[in-house]
Each structure stands twice: as C-alpha cells, then as structure tokens.
Design a protein around this ligand. Sequence first.
Ligand code: APR
Length: 267
Amino acid sequence: MEDLIQRAAQDLIKARYGIALTGAGISTESGIPDFRGPDGIWTKNPEAEMKAYEVYEQFKTNPKAYWEERLDPHGSMSRLFSIFGEIGKVQPNCGHYALAELEKMGVLKSVITQNVDGLHQKAGSKKVIEYHGGIDKFRCIECNRRLSTEELNLEKIKIEGKLPPYCQCGGVIKDDGVFFGEPIPSDVVEKSQREAWKCDLMLICGTSAVVYPFASLPQMVSPSTIIIEINSEPTPLTGRISDYLIQGKTGEILPKIAERAEKIQKG
Ligand code: APR
C-alpha cells in the first residue's frame, strides 16, 4: 500500500493535467451512505431504487403533478428525498480536503463528481463539475439555466397555483439532480469530456464505476493517460482500464498522497 501511495504521489507530480473523478464512496466517511456498497441506499432500499427509476418519466409526462407530489410533505417523492436525509448538513472529510489541497498545489486541475452533496466545494475545491447535478439547485430543462434555492420561491408558486415553475425562457424547471433515465445536461457533458480528453492522469475515487455515461469517461482518455483507482473494492475498471487500484478508504489514502506529493514538490 505505501509503495502505491508513493507511486501515485509521483505520478501526480509528473502529470501535466491531472483530474479527479469521484463517487458516493468519497462521502461515506462524512456520514452519507453510498448506493451499492453493503450499507448502500439502494442495497438497503431496493423499492426506493425502483421508485427512482420512475421519477423522470413522471416529470416528463406531467411536470405539474411531479411538483405537487414533490412539495407534498407526505407524498412518496418526499419519502424518496428524505432518504438523502440531511445531506445539506454534513461536513467534508479528509478525502475531500486532500483533493482541494492537491488543486491548491496546482497538481489537480478539476474534480468531476457524481455526488450531489456539494462537499467538494465545501472543502475548498474550485473547479468542480457536478455530473449528476447539485442538491442545492434547480435547472431549466430547455436552457440549462441554474437557479439557487433563494431564486425560486416554490411555496409562493404553489400557493398561487402556478406549478410547475417556469424559466424566463419558457422551459420547465426541475431539481438540478439528474434522475435515472434523464440525459446529462449538455453543458456538463461538454465540460467533462473536454477534461477527460485533456488529462494525462485520472484519479478515480470512491465509485463502483457501473453507472453510465459517467463510467465512460475513463474510456475516453488518451492511451498514455495514467488511471489510478482508490476504492474499497475492485471495480469493472480494475485490471482492464485503470493502471492500478489502491484498495482502501479515500479518507485515509488521499491525505497520504497529498502529503507525499507536497514533499516531492518541495523537493
Ligand atoms: N473509500 C473508498 N471507497 C469507498 C468508501 C470509502 N470510504 N465507501 C464506499 N466505497 C466504495 C464502495 O465499495 C463502492 O465501490 O465506493 C463505491 C460507491 O459506489 P456506488 O454506491 O455505486 O456509488 P457511485 O458509483 O457514486 O454511484 C453512481 O449511481 O445511484 C446513482 O446517481 C447515483 O451518482 C450515483 C451513481
């Protein structure tokens, strides 16, 4: 393990354009369960996963009904959203801070995350692409405009009987979080692909790498790009797409890599 940590630090320092990809695994040490691990949200609530596959169809078919149910505190949607519990209240862990540190050192150029929890930004990472959206935002499905929770007064719109909320462009507004079956917003796809094509090192942290199209990003890189996985268990990338796996907790391994990289950088 120590050798692989040293190797990863050296690879990062040598890299011209290193990026990180992250999944739910990087936030478990902050108290947010992942999805498919032994204590995963879907592992524990298979019916909730089934429900999650219906949400986007529901939204497309009848956005007004979608919002009425979404805002009904006793509705099935709020039960689904309650699973995500207190996401807004948890704090980043050492794994998030280590990636922010590597960015500050100029070693990491960006983070592309599947997580909607905003913990990378809370830890100080500046260039973060939220591939599956963010829990603290809304988005117009026509023009991709993002709105903060302050900008959209849902209770007022509901009381005035004006659901669903509309964007100034005329498009319908939904939660920014990307539902199963929903296309990834075009601006996010473009930015993420550009980073994947540009990078010569990709650090993949805490993802089972089974959800597409995110899981296709490691397959878009140039042949010379070094791909390093940090995960509690092997994934479909291991031994096929990635160069090596450092098996363990991101919150323990990433700080060590950042520390070594700093030592190397200081010479
Ligand atoms: N450190 C390292 N790896 C961890 C840790 C940890 N502390 N905790 C969990 N893991 C690993 C698990 O073993 C698993 O392989 O992280 C991985 C998490 O995988 P998933 O639960 O499948 O999460 P993710 O890959 O992010 O899921 C992708 O699926 O449900 C959708 O939209 C949701 O963005 C999510 C997407």
